[in-house]
Design a protein around this ligand. Sequence first.
Ligand code: ADP
Length: 161
Amino acid sequence: MTKAIYPGSFDPVHNGHVDIAERAAKLFDELIIGVYEDSPKALTFSTEERVELFRKSVEHLGNVTVTSFRGLVPNVARDKGAKFIVRGLRAGFDFELEFEMALMWRSLAPDIDVVCMMSALEYQFVFSSRIKEVERLGGNIEALVPPQVAAALKAKSSSSG
Ligand code: ADP
């Protein structure tokens, strides 16, 4: 029984994240998506909203659960019995950061390995921050996010004026 955790801010989840979750769900018996409560990023969505949006985006996957977490990822992985941490890599953008983070996590928890999955070609340019900016400026982001995320973004930008 192999269990993995896929941690992130997911503010909000987009199709690049969902693609990694779908592919990781085929690799592992059980995948836990961990929504980081204390993300240092300037967040648009609350923890509950981020969890709920990801939950709806993976409800077609039988072996995936979504939960929020606080604290160090390797500790959370260990608490949940996950032996692997999944991360996604876009060409150029993510490597240095993910490499340094994976080495830190491995030094904290040598028994837990980090599995980086390459982003699909069509999602290489997809970033949560860029999606929010494009939506705010009136661009159409429907091809980049699940439908409930497009609706939630629209509601956020109309409520913030
Ligand atoms: P962070 O965890 O740094 O706050 P995110 O929540 O945006 O970042 O992303 C969570 C994970 O998903 C990270 O491993 C990130 O590299 C990966 N990811 C982000 N965007 C994409 C994408 N377009 N394709 C594949 N993986 C991605």
